[in-house]
Design a protein around this ligand. Structure first.
Ligand code: FAD
Length: 417
C-alpha cells in the first residue's frame, strides 16, 4: 500500500508528490488525463510565469487579508525566492521580467513541466495517467480513492490537488469540489477569475486592439465602491476589455453575476496617467491653449496615447469630436474639466466576464476555515490534505497562482514528513 495518494498531476500535485517521494515516502500520483502539468504547458503564453519577484509578505497581501493570513505559513516555508532556487536546482534557471514576473530563462513552459516530472519520477513517484478520481472515502484509519475506471486505491493520507474548473478543455472540470462537498465540507461556489470582461458600450468595442500599458484601473461596484485598484496594462477587445488591468478584478464581477446581482453594470475606471495629477494635466492644457498654432489636445498629454483612445475619452467627456481631435484653445472651462476627468477616470461599463472557458483560474473552492493553515490538513477529515487552486484563494496575474500552488504543496509535503 502507498503511504500517500496525491490526486491531480498539475502544478501542486507534481511538486507535492516529488517532494514527498524525495523524502522516501511511497507516493501514488493519480492523473485523470493522459499527460501531466497541462496548465503549466499552457501558462504565460506557453512561457510559464512561474513566480514573482515580490517578497513573500508582499505576494501574500495580493490574496487579500484572509488569503494573506492563510498563506503565511506556506510562503514562509517556500517564499518566491525559494521557488526560483528550486527550479534552478532542477535545471531550470529563471529570469525576471517587467511587472514582477519570473519566467524560465528558456521561455519554455515545457521545461518547467518536464523538470517537475523528472523530479517526481526520479524520486520514485508512481504516476498513473488516465485515472479519473470519482470520490474520496474515509475508512477508519485509511482513505479509499475511487476512480471512474472502478479501481480503488488505499492510503493513510490523501492530498487533493485537482485544481479548479477554468479552461475545462485541459481536464480541470472542478471534480474536486464534488468530493469535498460529499464529505460535508464547505465549498465556496467557484466563479471564473483572471478572465476578460465584457462591456455593453459600443465605444469600448470600437477600440478593439488598442492597448494601454501604463494606466491604472479601479473596479467599482454598481454602488460605486472601489473593489480593486491595479496599475496594470489594459487591452480593448471586441467583447470588452482584457489584460491584467481588467482580469485581476474580474472575480468580483463573476461573483455578482453568479449571485444574480448584476442588474446594473460595474465600472472599470481607467486612469490613463496615474503618475500625473489632475492639477498637472490642467496646467498642461492651459499652457497648450496659450501656445501658438492652435495645437490639438494630444500635445498636452504626458505620453503618446493612441488617437482612438483620446478621441473616445473626448466623446465620453461630451465633446463633439469628428475626425480631428479638439484644439486646446477651443475648450471651454467645463469642457476642459470634463476631458481631464475622462482621462483620469474613463468609466468603462462592465456587464460580465467571458466565463470559465477563458478564465485562467477559478475563484472559490474549499473554504479556508475548513483547514489548519499550518499543515493544510482538513480539520474534520484527518489524513486529508488540500492544496493548489482547489483552495478558496484568489490572487492577481503575475506568477501568484503558481506561487500559491507550489507553496501550499510544499507545506503539505512538510506536514507529511
Ligand atoms: C491559459 C492559462 C495560463 C496561465 N498562466 C499562468 C501563469 O503564467 N502564471 C501563474 O501563476 N498561473 C497561471 N495560470 C494558472 C495556473 O495554471 C493554475 O493556477 C495552476 O496550474 C493551479 O495548479 P493546481 O495544481 O492546483 O491545478 P492544475 O495545474 O490545474 O492541476 C490539476 C490537475 O488535476 C487533474 N485532475 C482534475 N480532476 C481530476 C480527477 N477527477 N482525477 C484525477 N486527476 C484530476 C487535472 O487533469 C490536472 O492535471 C494559468 C492558467 C491558464 C488556464
Amino acid at each position: 500500500m502507498h503511504e500517500v495518494i496525491v490526486v491531480g498531476a498539475g502544478a501542486a500535485g507534481l511538486w507535492c508528490a516529488a517532494r514527498l517521494a524525495e523524502r522516501k515516502k511511497r507516493v501514488l500520483l493519480l492523473e485523470k488525463t493522459q499527460r501531466t502539468g497541462t496548465k503549466i504547458l499552457a501558462s504565460g503564453g506557453s512561457r510559464c510565469n512561474l513566480t514573482t519577484t515580490l517578497e513573500a509578505d508582499q505576494a501574500a497581501r495580493l490574496f487579500g487579508p484572509r488569503g494573506a493570513r492563510f498563506l503565511s505559513s506556506a510562503l514562509e516555508l517556500l517564499p518566491p525566492r525559494a521557488v526560483r532556487e528550486r527550479f534552478h536546482a532542477l535545471g531550470v534557471p529563471t529570469v525576471e521580467a517587467p511587472l514582477e514576473k519570473v519566467f524560465p530563462r528558456s521561455q519554455r513552459a515545457v521545461d518547467v513541466r518536464d523538470a517537475l516530472l523528472r523530479w517526481a519520477i526520479g524520486s520514485g513517484v508512481e504516476i498513473v495517467l488516465g485515472a479519473a478520481v470519482e470520490s474520496l472515502e474515509p475508512a477508519g484509519e485509511i482513505w479509499r480513492v475511487h476512480t471512474r475506471e472502478g479501481r480503488v486505491h488505499e492510503a493513510a493520507r490523501v492530498v487533493a490537488c485537482s485544481g479548479g474548473k477554468s479552461y475545462p478543455k485541459t481536464g480541470t472540470t472542478g471534480d474536486g469540489y464534488a468530493w469535498l462537498s460529499a464529505l460535508d465540507l464547505e465549498v465556496i461556489e467557484p466563479v471564473p477569475a483572471l478572465v476578460p470582461l465584457t462591456s455593453p458600450a459600443s465605444w469600448v468595442r470600437e477600440l478593439t486592439g488598442i492597448a494601454w500599458e501604463s494606466g491604472a484601473t479601479r473596479l467599482l461596484s454598481p454602488a460605486g465602491k472601489e473593489l480593486l485598484r491595479r496599475e496594470r496594462p489594459l487591452l480593448f477587445t471586441h467583447r470588452g476589455v482584457s489584460g491584467p488591468g481588467a482580469m485581476d478584478p474580474s472575480h468580483f464581477v463573476a461573483r455578482a453575476r453568479a449571485a444574480g446581482a448584476l442588474e446594473r453594470p460595474f465600472v472599470l475606471e481607467l486612469d490613463l496617467f496615474p503618475k500625473v495629477s489632475r492639477e498637472e494635466l490642467r496646467a498642461r492644457f492651459l499652457a497648450l491653449a496659450a501656445a501658438p498654432g492652435q495645437p490639438s489636445i494630444s500635445r498636452a498629454l504626458p505620453e503618446l496615447v493612441p488617437r482612438p483612445l483620446v478621441r473616445a475619452a473626448a466623446r465620453v467627456a461630451g465633446l463633439a469630436v469628428g475626425g480631428e481631435l479638439p484644439r486646446a484653445a477651443k475648450l471651454a472651462k467645463h469642457e476642459r474639466h470634463a476631458l481631464i476627468e475622462a482621462l483620469k477616470a474613463l468609466p468603462i461599463p462592465i456587464d460580465g466576464t467571458l466565463g470559465f472557458d477563458q478564465a485562467e483560474v477559478s475563484s472559490g473552492g474549499l473554504a479556508l476555515r475548513e483547514l489548519d493553515p499550518r499543515s493544510l490538513q482538513v480539520n474534520r477529515c484527518p489524513g486529508l490534505y488540500v492544496c493548489g487552486e482547489l483552495l478558496d484563494l484568489t490572487g492577481p496575474i503575475g506568477g501568484l497562482s503558481f506561487l500559491a500552488a507550489w507553496s501550499t504543496a510544499e507545506l503539505v509535503a512538510a506536514a507529511l514528513r
